[in-house]
Design a protein. Sequence first.
Length: 341
Amino acid sequence: MTAVSTARPLAERPSPLTPRGTVWAALRLHRTPLRIWWALVAVTAAGMLWAYALGADAVREWNRSVASCAKDLACVDTLTLDGPTYAPSTVEFYDLVTGLATSAVAYLPYLVAAWAGATLVARDLESGTSALAWTQSVTPARWLAAQLAVPAALITAGTTVLVLLHRLVWADGRDLLGVDWYNSDVFRSNGPVAVGSALCALAVGALAGLLVRRTLPALGLALVVTVAVHTLGDLYRVSLWPSVTVTGAAASNLPADAAPLEHGVILTSGERIGNNLACVDNDTATDLTRCMSKNGISDLWATYHPSSHFWPLQLAESAILLTLTALVVFLTFRVLKRRTA
């Protein structure tokens, strides 16, 4: 009896996906979220370009016009009603645009985590799309690598552009923004911490999707972990680099751009008492000496971060975020290997 072959003809067999084909498949599969991402980047970048090219000059022109007739009520009414070169609404719009841009860059990790947790991995596992890919000569590891590599490259590129534009706007309009460099949102938006946070959120979302395998629970878990990472960064950021400690009159007269941490007094017994504001409001050295003598204080002390610590703090926090990202990615591949063994 002649054996009947059950193998399908070569023309009917699914062609194996190459690494390039896997990447293009991932792009096609997630094209809608990627379009939304680039639209968000484009809108935010356009707002910051307007603030840098036109908005800041408009605000300064308005401020000069108001200052030139500060004591002339009729003049001020004329500026308000008729408007000089620029109307007050431009000032309000500048504040709105810069504030929204800062928040957009600072809180991008939440959007990335939500998308990664809900659609990047969990939806594919829940719908069976991943299993279909694995039947076409695509190993689970290659599938996951494509799922992570493509978004990681696009997120890094987009976030980097936004950070550079935000730094441009911040450097040009620092006198208009009224927010210190150590403000949490401003700090995140002005350096590589924004990129590190976004990549960490991507990795956390992918791991959440792989562990839960359901869209909505994965989204919730990814957001909870991202909030925890964000909060811990705000709490412990000032400890990532040695602070500066000063005593005496300098403790009551810190630099205008310093990020104050702690302050207190040193008693004549040598005991240090923190968070004590005694004598720090005296204007002259004589008043300060008299106040200290009256209260049994031998000296004042304060710790702070000068503005020169911006980059050490940025690099230290970024290194921690990227290390955490690498650990989460490693754990994600380990979990995938165990579940598909």
